[in-house]
Design a protein around this ligand. Sequence first.
Ligand code: ADP
Length: 636
Amino acid sequence: MAKKQFKTESKKLMDLMINSIYTNKEIFLRELISNASDAIDKLYFKSLTDNSSQISKSDFKILITLDPDAKTITLSDNGIGMTAEELESNLGTIARSGSLDFKTANGGNKSDEIDIIGQFGVGFYSAFMVASKVTVISRAYGSDEAWKWESSGADGYTITKTEKESVGTDIIMTIKDDTESETYSEFLDEYRIVGIVKKYSDYVRYPINMYRQKSRQKERPADAGEDYKPEYETYTELETLNSMIPLWKRNKKDVTDEEYNNFYKDRFMDYSDPSAVIVSNVEGAISYNSLLFIPSHAPYDYYTKEYEKGLQLYASGVMIMEKCADLLPDYFSFVKGVVDSQDLSLNISREMLQHDRQLLTIRKNLEKKIKNELVSLKDNEREKYESFWKNFGRQIKFGCYNMYGQDSKNLQELLLFYSAREKKLITLDEYVKNMKDEQKYIYYAAGDSTEHLEKLPAAETVLSKGCDLLLLTEDVDEFCLQVLHEYAEKHFRNINSGDLELESEEEKKAAEDAGKESRELLDAMKEALKGKVKEVKISTRLNEHPVCLSSDGPLSIEMEKILASMPNNGEKPVSDKILELNASHPVFEKLKTVFAENNTEKLGKYADILYNQARLIEGLPIEDPIEYTKNVCELM
Ligand code: ADP
């Protein structure tokens, strides 16, 4: 019998499979099971249109048979089968050559090879990753003849007539011998096969059966004596390996919370229940089912580079990707879950997925769903939302700030910050609703702890004027607000930067007058500070304290601190600082006296001490501790 040669492209793919160093060889089973399930679909559909009543849906099944002695694994289906011509055209050439671009593989480069196999479902030929010989015995629906296709690889294939009792296809793979670097015999192991089926094909619509070895205790013989020891025997039992109807396809009202929670914990390896479950069943231009979870705590590696976002992606019940990152924006990277669509092809590549319109639509819908769920949690279950915020708020704030704030308007209603007046977390909306009529700004202070911030001189001033104040304690906070710029047309204002516009006309005038009067003193102090501050001026934000530092321009003192603490990224930006003095404080009187004495050296020392005190209040280090201590001691 003459061997037929594979078509050129098939031969190349075959070579790739045979010599594959691809580590994920187990996917061959997924590919063959999907083919079997498709073949059953086709027959089922035909039976509906043909009105042939002999076929009942419950008869359809896929059977896996292991024979470790013969070193074979056989996959049988009672689907539509193939005629001799179909065997020839389907298995002799690559049906969907369009989806495979062989240019990259032509070089025979190993890394290209991994790339190709990793990105494409490789269909029937993937059997050759694990098998030295593949035999396909098939009888097509409506035919009495059966045909056998056989190939040991690249040297071609044969098709001969054979016998088969019923319609369908058997694929018999003779597993390769183990080598030093590869074990193929694992694919003859019952447990390994069960694991692979569950991993990739748990939700295939038809039962995937296998005879499994079991053990049971033999019945105790009637005449057994005192010293009878129980005996065991092995037997085989047909078991269905897949659970068939996925949880995400079931109607939400038919599934209990416990089922959802257990599914989540089991599949995403968490020990605690999720804080929210989001179910969607969408039908339309694109149809999909999704089941998403918001975890109740952050994984230990969440805020590290190691954490990988992504949802499990299924095409018609078959898993095609474990972590599809393209389905989630970074700011919702904590979401776990599953998306299943019948409109996606099993063999779609990673690159194609990135640009896939349907996937993009799904992503947009999911994003909306997640956001709505969070908004509803915030509005209706505040405690739960606050706990969510503790875990993932930082990520949402990064989301606001990222990409020049392109998503900030979408995310702003999710933000929570600590209110100095309410002593709890509040939304921006809540802040604005409680603003005084004449209040112009949303005030905030940024630093490392709320306790410290509350005691800032300017904080006391803002609060004493009856305005609330947001206390920002995370490094990303102020960057996030700066990118937002405003909320409900109210601009944000750092209490240590720029004009607070809280003082009355008289207070403003008094400060101006005091400034004019002491112009020379203030200039002399600026001079003494040798470029450390941009200006020395009379403050309107001080009540009790003698001094404070404020900043001018977009970079605040807190931001300067954060940027300085980041790993080296070249030059560290520095904020423009203003030293503010309290004109009604006794210290100011003292300054005036020293200035009147014309004692430049002494004035310089005072200026240095006050400047460093202001730095301390801001949480900045003293610039020259030795000089500072010397000055203080001298003046004491
Ligand atoms: P794909 O499934 O992506 O089309 P494959 O190489 O896996 O590519 O299979 C090629 C073709 O062979 C299939 O399209 C189908 O027509 C046919 N085929 C494969 N397996 C079976 C089967 N178990 N029963 C019937 N036809 C099959």
